[in-house]
Structure formats: structure tokens, C-alpha cells
Design a binder for this molecule. Structure first.
Ligand SMILES: *[C@@H]1O[C@H](CO)[C@@H](O)[C@H](O)[C@H]1NC(C)=O
Ligand SMILES: *[C@@H]1O[C@H](CO)[C@@H](O)[C@H](O)[C@H]1NC(C)=O
Ligand SMILES: *[C@@H]1O[C@H](CO)[C@@H](O)[C@H](O)[C@H]1NC(C)=O
Ligand SMILES: *[C@@H]1O[C@H](CO)[C@@H](O)[C@H](O)[C@H]1NC(C)=O
Ligand SMILES: *[C@@H]1O[C@H](CO)[C@@H](O)[C@H](O)[C@H]1NC(C)=O
Ligand SMILES: *[C@@H]1O[C@H](CO)[C@@H](O)[C@H](O)[C@H]1NC(C)=O
Ligand SMILES: *[C@@H]1O[C@H](CO)[C@@H](O)[C@H](O)[C@H]1NC(C)=O
Ligand SMILES: *[C@@H]1O[C@H](CO)[C@@H](O)[C@H](O)[C@H]1NC(C)=O
Ligand SMILES: *[C@@H]1O[C@H](CO)[C@@H](O)[C@H](O)[C@H]1NC(C)=O
Length: 887
């Protein structure tokens, strides 16, 4: 009854004033939950046209409540329908919604949560509670009064197929939620800096220069809510002409772009500011510009942040939108943006819209995947009826009931205790329990478990407490568990029928086992003798040098040096030839006269013994003529060193930038690229498991005296697990400028991250510019190259050191390859094998030129390429940029 009346009134409002209907067809991928609405109650909100569903398929805890009539319709006719009811969680400290974005893992989504207390419980007591996204803190929800509506939005990259949104009871009232919405975003937008792992929480989103808008627009495909905003010192510009918003992925709605703010006093700047209490707060600002006037005018302005330049000489295009945003976070508690005329500008600046986001650091990791998978299997096997939702271990202190975890700083949490006592479990002991390798306590007492006591419990090496009493288990406790309990390593609680008193339970199996064990023992003894003999012999040869026991893991055919030898080889570290994340590299000379490079692990190094060992082990496994070869290593007295072949011409990065050496011809550059590609191809496709280098860059490509290139520095490499997984989750490492944007966001590592970095190296070879071009405002090489490619003009970016001594088709082909290496979606990138084939074709084209008359060649390029990267590239051929509003 109430709903019917309400619909009627709203219909009149909608028809009479504004049209804010989001059509069903643009709601693709939308998840719109009206929390607390009756089961199966799905409806279209007539204010917005959005189809809401009730929450039963997203959560199975909590209770539905209606807000108090005082705050509801008809006493509050403007209340949006989703806010009239809510779901509260009187039970449990952690309750989570599980959302499945259409785009699945790695999709970028805007998630909006809405809360209104509305005195639903008649207590007139405002609750306070925390909102988490997965295991990471999002927001503390606090209300000003009962009718206060708290709304928060986050731009989040899904790390799994599901996203859990959790409400945490912090002891200050029962958590509640009114609405939860998810909107899929284009993955190319709202990018943040390489070094930051976090998500963007909306701070403000303004539609500038106009106050009559509704804030929510049909033509916003992402359903953002824009707050109309103006200031007494501003004028509004408006147009009814449609604005072209297709220039980039941000797609501010037409209605938002059709209005803009401009200073009333045409000679002043447009300014606005904001502040927070946190002086480490990091902000990203997205400014939308489109000129709304077509006259003989030059609108040009500079945008500055706290008096330092942010964007220079911005010229908005007429009726075409473009977006400008900072590529490095703005850090601080006070922020002032100022947009003032510059250059030949003869009209005041404008600003159409602005979004300000704060970075919410997401540094806590989810439960170790091994444990997460195992416990999830246990949950489904036994249909555990507890509130087991969200991450099993996180957020910290809010693990699942009966689950305890070990939280260490450097590793994902692991499950160390599982208590399923008195939980009505039936069937056998689930084998996935055996996968919880860190388990110290296991309590399965007082259930109806049947079947044998499984052998896999023996594999739980850390188990200190095991309780299986009160079940109908058959068979006996495995011998090794009994042994451990006798030596008090394990507290064992089992029913008496499962214990075998000596003799009565000798199985036939044991008799078979004995001879095998015996023969194994004798083989072992023989081996031991052989090893001892070999050691004695070896000692005789090398004296007392090889006393180091820790070096065992690294034993191989390669030579192990003592520290004294290293000092000798390097002539007491006389000549340093390089410095890396690992330590300093010194020139050395072996007794046989050959030169070597000695990499000494610095004690202050952020990387440590683990990486050292990782590198040493990898180096021993891989041999290829395009990989720097390994001569030996030293690991004595905590001083570690790696000895490599010496590469006379240093690294490619310094070679390209060194104007004193003879410049590389296009042919030489191609050969270097092919060498490096062969090295990588070998790592990716010639090694099992495949090896991902993780830090491919021109500084890690070394050149020998013949300018043959070899790949160096496996310090960050990591073997791929040799199973069906095609990528692994790790912490992001690598070098700015070369880092695969997809890896950076998702932390999913696969070979294609190396391919991306290789594409950047290829661009460096073509342009002679570094990955981050310092003398051009620290612009990224792709942003430097992008606009030229779009115009089909590459001669101006080809390294001028090559003169015009190259086959243009060959260079174009190489550029195409680098474009295909650096696509933002890793699946669309080439493999190293394809890259290699392509580069060999480039070389053939270049070599063919030598045999032909140069002037025959007419430089006609292929189809115009479009770089697939950040929207910054697209904006660069627009001659515009802009700033924001003020007061
Ligand atoms: C909330 O109000 C609606 C409409 O009156 C009613 O159908 C629903 O049962 C109420 N829900 C609760 C939990 O009281
Ligand atoms: C609740 O707080 C808001 C914001 O301060 C205010 O506008 C509103 O009038 C208050 N409502 C009541 C019922 O006090
Ligand atoms: C907003 O609408 C009112 C009434 O329609 C009108 O008087 C006012 O001028 C409008 N304001 C702007 C900034 O367009
Ligand atoms: C506009 O601003 C300039 C500089 O601040 C000032 O000199 C001028 O008087 C102002 N004009 C008006 C009309 O207020
Ligand atoms: C446009 O303005 C410039 C300078 O303000 C002037 O030189 C030029 O003649 C004008 N062009 C037209 C078509 O009015
Ligand atoms: C605007 O920015 C450009 C480029 O950064 C700079 O050269 C110029 O001096 C600036 N102009 C003003 C008025 O600040
Ligand atoms: C977890 O609990 C411990 C002890 O109860 C407390 O010291 C710590 O601050 C809590 N951590 C969080 C993140 O709540
Ligand atoms: C937690 O893990 C760390 C590192 O693996 C280990 O040293 C520590 O003993 C563990 N703590 C518990 C309570 O298991
Ligand atoms: C497991 O939980 C039960 C019931 O909550 C409790 O009685 C028992 O002591 C717990 N077991 C362990 C090992 O903590």
C-alpha cells in the first residue's frame, strides 16, 4: 500500500521536473542491492530507474528492519526508496556481503555503500562500526543524527572472482547497512601510482558551476553521483549543445559537462581548496574540461597545486571533454588548486567538473591461498553452518569462528588452529585438513565422524594438539603421531578403541615395509660412506677453505670462492663498475687471467640472503648464450658475492645515453633486441618451470666486447609453479617505468609482465630516450611516443643518432612490436617467441636495404597506430588542459 502511493508521487516528480532514468540496458553488470528489503522483493526505483534486488542471495546473516516512520515516507517524502529499510547484524563480529562482479577477477569496479540509521530500533542511539573491503579497512561509519545518510564509494580492482564487503562490530553498536551498489568501470581509468597498493575512496565529486542538477544522470554509464557546486565568486557557463565525451574512458555525463564554472572577475584565477587531518593523506584529482563557447578566443590556463605547477598551458577543446589528473599522488593535509590564465589566453579559465579521491592503503594480505582453498573445501564438505564468510583470517582479530591464524608482517596469514568441536560433522575426516600445513591445533571432538583415522594427519608437522574424541572413527592412530605424543611434541586425545596397545594391532602391512626400509638403510649407508670419502679427498686438494656448512644449498659444479679469494680477485675491491639494488659490482680477474664481475651483497641491502640464494640457484640452472653466465659465488662470514662473466661494454641503458661511444646503428640495435629477446624467450619457454625475470630493463641488459647482449640480474626472478596456474600472486617488485600496469594493479605475475618491460626497452632502442624522460618533465616514454604514433609520424621520435640511416618499414615494424608488447591487457600482448619472430623480420628488412639502392625507398608507413595505454596519451594530442574551481 505504502509503496503504491509512493510510486505515484514520485512518478509525478519525475515527469514534472527532471528526467533521471537510468535505462535498463545501460545497467549491464550493475549490482544494486536494497539491503533489508523483503525477500524476493525486486523493483525499479522510479527516482533513478535502477533495478534493485533484495539481499538474500548476497548474504545469509542479519535481520531486516524498517526505519522508524518518523524518518520514512510520507513524513520524509524525499527519502530514496532503498533507504527506507536496512539490514542489521546483532549476531557475530563480522558479517560480509559477497559480490561477484561480472568482469570477475581483475575487473575494476566502483562500489558504493549507503547507511542510514533512521532510529529503526526505537533506541535513538547512533551506532558506530567499521566497514572493510576484504581484509582491508575502508571506513568507520559514524552518524550525525538519525536521518544522516552516510555514503562511501571506492574504486577497487577485484583480486579474486568475488569481493567481500564486511561490517565489523567494534563494540559501539550493532552494524547496519541500507544499500550496496557495484558498477563496472573501464579498466584504463582511475589509475594510481606504481608504488601505491590501495584503492581510491571518493572524497568529493562536483558538477561545477550549476546548482539545479540532480546529481545522478542517465548518461553516466558508471552511475556516479555528482554534487552540483558553485561559489559566489563564480559565474556559470551553460550550453545545450551535446558535448563529445568519448575522448577518454572517464565519460563524465553530458549534463555535467554542459555546465562549467568561470571566475566572475575575468582576470582572477579559479581556486578551490580542501584539507584533512592526516598529513600523509594521498589524493588524486580528476579534472574535466570542455569549452562551452565557440568564438574567436584563446582559452589557455595553468593549473597549480599549492603554488607548484600541475598542468601547463591547458587549452580545453570546444564541446569536447578531456580529463586531466595527477600521475603522482598529492600528499599533505592542505591542498589548494588554482587555475589561472597563461600564455596567449585571452578569456578566463573554466572548470566543468572535478573528482577528488583519497588513497586508502590496502596493505593487509588475505589468507594464504593454500589455507583459504583448504578451509573453503572443509566448509563445503561439512556444510558448516557457522558464519564463515569473507576471508578466513582477516581482518586481523576477526577470523572465522573456530579458526585462529598466525599474522606475520611479511607473509599472508596462515591457519594455525581449527576447532570444529560439536559441529555435527558427518562423514570421513576431510582430506583438505591435511593441506593446512601450519596447523598446530585440531579439535574435531564430539561430532559424528566415521571412517579411518587418516594417514595424512602425519603430514601436519607442526601439530601440537589433536582431539578426535567422541566420534565413530575406526582404525588406529598412525604410529608417528603416537611417537610424537610419547615425546610430548603432541597432545593426543582419542577414544580408547583407536589406540592400539602393544602387539594387538600389528598390521600385515608393517611386515612388508620392513625389508624395504632395511634396503633403503643400506643404500643410505653406502651413500654416506661415498660422500665422506669424497669430502676427505676434496679437502686434501683445497685445504681448509671449504669449511662453510651453510653453503650446502648452493652446492653445484660451479666454483665456490672464499671471501679471501674474492678480495684477491677484485684486488681488494679496487674498481667498482656498477651498483644495483643488491649491492656494488666490482671488476675482478681470475687466476687464469679472465675478467669477471663480482657482485657483493651489501649488508644494508633491502634484498637479502633469500634473494641472493634465489639468484645463485637460478643462475646454476640456466645456461644460454644470451644470459650472463655464472662463474661462481662466495658465502663466508655472512659476506656473499656472485661472480659473473665480465661484460666489457656495460649495460644497454648507459650505452645508449653515452654520447661518447660510437652510436649504435639500427642494425646493431635490432641485433641487441634479438639477443635480449632470445634470452627472455629461453627463460619463458626453455626452462621448466618457466622463469619470469621480473625486472627486465635496459640497465639489466649487458653488452660484451662484440656488443652481443645478455640478460643479467635474476635477483628478482621467481620460478613459476609447474602446474596449471598461469600466474602467481606476489608483492610487486620491479622498476618504475618498466612495470606492467596490470601486474602493478593485480599483483598477478606472468610472463607477459616481462613482455611489457621488453616493449619499453624496445622503445628505448628506437628513440634513444630512457623509460622515464627526465628532461621532458619525467614523462613516460609511451606518453612521449603515443601522440607521434597517432599522427603517423615516427621520424621525429627515432633516435637522431641514427641519422636517416635505417629502413623506415623496419623501424615501423619494431614499433608495432613494442605496441603489441605494451598493451594494457596482458592477454593481448605477444609472447616472447612472437616478439622474436617479428624482430628477426625487422632485421631482414634492414639487411635487405643494404643490397638495394637507398633512394628507391619511399618512406610510406603502415596504418596509423594507436597506443593502448593510459588516457594521458589520448589527451596529449588535444591541445588542452585545465584546472578547478575555487572560492
Ligand atoms: C517493512 O515495511 C514493509 C512495507 O510496509 C513491510 O512489507 C515489511 O514487512 C516491513 N519489514 C519489516 C522487517 O518490518
Ligand atoms: C541531521 O543532520 C543534518 C546534517 O547536519 C541536518 O541537516 C539535519 O537537519 C539533521 N536532522 C535532524 C532531524 O536533526
Ligand atoms: C535553478 O532553477 C531555478 C528555478 O527553476 C531558477 O530560478 C534558477 O535560476 C536556476 N539556477 C541556475 C543556476 O540555473
Ligand atoms: C579583478 O581582479 C583584479 C586583480 O585581482 C583587480 O585588480 C580588479 O579590480 C578586479 N576587478 C573587479 C571588477 O573587481
Ligand atoms: C581573432 O582575434 C585575433 C586577436 O584577438 C585577431 O587578430 C583576429 O583578426 C581575430 N580573427 C577574427 C576572424 O575575428
Ligand atoms: C604556465 O605553464 C607554462 C609551462 O609550465 C610556463 O612556462 C608558464 O610560465 C606558466 N604561466 C604562468 C602564467 O604561470
Ligand atoms: C587485535 O587484538 C590484539 C589483542 O587483543 C590487539 O592488541 C590488537 O590491537 C588488535 N588488532 C586489531 C587490528 O584490531
Ligand atoms: C607464526 O609464524 C612465524 C613465521 O612463520 C613463526 O616464527 C611463529 O612461530 C608462528 N607463530 C605461531 C604462534 O605459530
Ligand atoms: C573448541 O571449542 C570448544 C567449544 O567452543 C571448547 O570447549 C574447546 O575447548 C575448544 N578446543 C580447543 C582446543 O580450544
Amino acid at each position: 500500500m505504502v509503496y503504491v502511493l509512493r510510486l505515484f508521487v514520485l512518478w509525478c516528480v519525475a515527469a514534472g521536473f527532471v528526467h533521471v532514468y537510468v535505462h535498463a540496458q545501460v545497467q549491464t553488470g550493475y549490482i544494486s542491492i536494497d539491503c533489508g528489503s523483503p525477500e524476493n522483493f525486486n523493483y525499479v526505483d522510479l527516482d533513478t530507474g535502477i533495478s534493485y534486488t533484495s539481499d538474500e542471495s548476497f548474504i545469509n546473516t542479519g535481520v531486516n528492519r524498517n526505519i522508524s516512520s518518523e524518518y520514512a515516507y510520507p513524513n520524509n517524502p524525499m527519502l530514496p526508496q532503498p533507504l527506507s529499510d536496512l539490514r542489521t547484524f546483532p549476531q557475530g563480529n563480522k558479517n560480509c556481503y559477497t559480490l561477484r562482479p561480472n568482469g570477475g577477477k581483475n575487473s575494476l569496479n566502483l562500489i558504493r555503500a549507503t547507511f542510514m540509521y533512521g532510529n529503526y530500533d526505537g533506541q535513538d542511539k547512533l551506532p558506530e562500526f567499521d566497514l572493510y573491503l576484504g581484509v582491508n579497512f575502508w571506513l568507520s561509519v559514524k552518524f550525525i543524527n538519525a536521518s544522516d545518510v552516510v555514503t562511501t564509494e571506492i574504486v577497487h580492482l577485484a583480486l579474486k572472482d568475488t569481493i567481500s564487503i564486511c561490517l565489523i562490530n567494534t563494540g559501539k553498536g550493532v552494524p547496519l547497512i541500507s544499500g550496496l551498489e557495484l558498477r563496472p568501470l573501464d579498466k584504463s581509468i582511475y589509475e594510481i601510482d606504481d608504488e601505491i597498493s590501495g584503492s581510491l575512496v571518493l572524497f568529493q565529486r562536483f558538477d561545477m558551476g550549476y546548482v539545479n542538477g540532480t546529481g545522478r544522470y542517465t548518461d553516466d554509464m558508471y552511475d556516479r553521483i555528482w554534487s552540483p557546486y558553485t561559489s559566489p565568486s563564480w559565474d556559470s557557463l551553460r550550453t545545450s549543445i551535446e558535448i563529445d565525451v568519448s575522448g577518454d574512458g572517464y565519460r563524465a555525463p553530458n549534463e555535467v559537462m554542459q555546465t562549467a564554472a568561470t571566475p566572475k572577475n575575468g582576470t582572477e584565477s579559479l581556486e578551490f581548496s580542501w584539507s584533512t587531518s592526516d598529513s600523509n593523506a594521498q589524493f588524486y584529482i580528476y579534472m574535466y574540461f570542455a569549452d562551452l563557447v565557440r568564438k574567436n578566443q584563446t582559452r589557455e590556463f595553468n593549473v597549480s597545486w599549492n603554488e607548484s605547477p600541475l598542468f601547463g598551458n591547458v587549452r580545453p577543446r570546444v564541446y569536447r571533454a578531456s580529463t586531466f589528473y595527477n600521475s603522482k599522488a598529492l600528499v599533505g593535509s592542505e591542498h589548494k588548486i588554482s587555475i589561472g590564465r597563461s600564455g596567449s589566453g585571452n578569456v578566463p579559465p573554466i572548470l566543468n567538473a572535478v573528482e577528488i579521491y583519497r588513497v586508502q592503503e590496502f596493505s593487509d594480505s588475505a589468507t594464504l591461498i593454500r589455507d583459504d582453498d583448504a578451509i573453503d573445501d572443509i566448509r563445503t564438505t561439512y556444510k558448516v553452518s557457522r558464519n564463515w564468510v569473507g576471508d578466513p583470517c582477516g581482518p586481523k582479530n576477526y577470523s572465522w569462528e573456530g579458526v585462529l591464524c598466525n599474522y606475520t608482517i611479511s607473509n599472508p596469514p596462515q591457519i594455525i588452529s581449527l576447532n570444529l568441536s560439536t559441529s555435527a560433522l558427518t562423514g570421513q575426516i576431510a582430506s583438505s585438513i591435511g593441506n593446512l600445513s601450519s596447523l598446530e591445533t585440531l579439535d574435531l571432538s564430539n561430532n559424528s565422524l566415521t571412517g579411518p583415522i587418516p594417514e595424512f594427519l602425519e603430514n601436519l608437522q607442526l601439530l601440537k594438539f589433536l582431539d578426535l574424541r567422541g566420534n565413530q572413527l575406526s582404525g588406529y592412530v598412525p604410529q608417528s603421531l603416537l611417537d610424537r605424543s610419547r615425546t610430548r611434541l603432541l597432545t593426543l586425545r582419542v577414544d580408547s578403541q583407536n589406540l592400539c596397545d602393544s602387539g594387538s594391532c600389528q598390521t600385515k602391512k608393517k611386515k612388508v615395509v620392513v625389508p624395504i626400509v632395511a634396503s633403503l638403510v643400506s643404500v643410505f649407508v653406502v651413500l654416506l660412506l661415498l660422500i665422506i670419502i669424497w669430502r676427505i679427498k676434496r679437502k686434501g686438494k683445497t685445504g681448509k677453505e671449504n669449511s662453510n656448512e651453510e653453503g650446502r644449498a648452493l652446492e653445484s659444479n660451479n666454483k665456490q670462492f672464499t671471501y679471501a679469494e674474492v678480495v684477491n680477485i677484485t684486488n681488494n675491491f679496487d674498481t667498482a663498475i656498477g651498483k644495483g639494488g643488491f649491492g656494488t659490482v666490482y671488476l675482478g680477474r681470475l687466476k687464469n687471467g679472465s675478467q669477471v664481475a663480482v657482485k657483493l651483497l651489501s649488508t644494508k641491502s633491502s634484498q637479502g640472503y633469500k634473494e641472493f640464494q634465489n639468484e645463485a640457484e637460478l643462475l646454476m640452472r640456466v645456461h644460454h648464450r644470451n644470459l650472463v653466465s655464472f662463474v661462481g659465488y662466495s658465502h663466508n662470514d655472512n659476506k656473499m658475492a656472485l661472480v659473473y662473466e665480465f661484460m666489457a661494454n656495460g649495460n644497454l641503458k648507459s650505452y645508449i645515453s653515452d654520447r661518447s661511444v660510437h652510436p649504435l646503428t639500427w642494425e646493431m640495435r635490432l641485433k641487441i633486441a634479438i639477443d635480449a629477446a632470445q634470452g627472455l624467450e629461453y627463460l619463458h619457454h626453455g626452462c621448466r618451470p618457466a622463469i619470469i625475470h621480473r625486472d627486465v630493463k635496459s640497465a639489466n641488459i649487458l653488452l660484451n666486447e662484440n656488443l652481443n647482449a645478455k640478460i643479467a640480474d635474476f635477483g628478482l626472478s621467481k620460478g613459476l609453479p609447474d602446474d596449471h596456474t598461469t600466474h602467481i600472486l606476489t608483492n610487486v617488485t620491479g622498476t618504475t617505468g618498466y612495470l606492467d600496469p596490470e601486474y602493478r594493479r593485480s599483483h598477478n605475475l606472468n610472463e607477459k609482465s616481462d613482455v611489457y618491460s621488453f616493449g619499453i626497452v624496445l622503445l628505448e632502442l628506437i628513440t634513444g630516450q630512457p623509460a622515464i624522460i627526465k628532461n621532458k618533465d619525467h614523462i613516460h616514454i609511451m606518453h612521449y611516443v603515443g601522440p607521434h604514433l597517432e599522427q603517423g609520424d615516427i621520424t621525429s621520435i627515432i633516435d637522431e643518432q641514427m641519422g636517416d640511416d635505417y629502413n623506415l618499414d623496419s623501424v615501423w615494424k619494431a614499433i608495432e612490436i613494442s605496441v603489441a608488447c605494451t598493451r594494457s591487457m596482458s592477454t593481448q600482448r605477444m609472447t616472447m617467441s612472437e616478439v622474436l619472430t617479428g624482430l628477426k623480420m625487422c632485421l631482414e628488412m634492414e639487411l635487405a636495404r643494404g643490397s638495394r639502392n637507398k633512394t628507391n625507398y619511399v618512406g610510406q608507413k603502415m596504418a596509423v597506430l594507436k597506443m593502448d595505454h593510459s588516457p594521458e596519451v589520448c589527451s596529449m594530442d588535444f591541445d588542452l588542459m585545465t584546472g578547478i574551481s575555487g572560492r
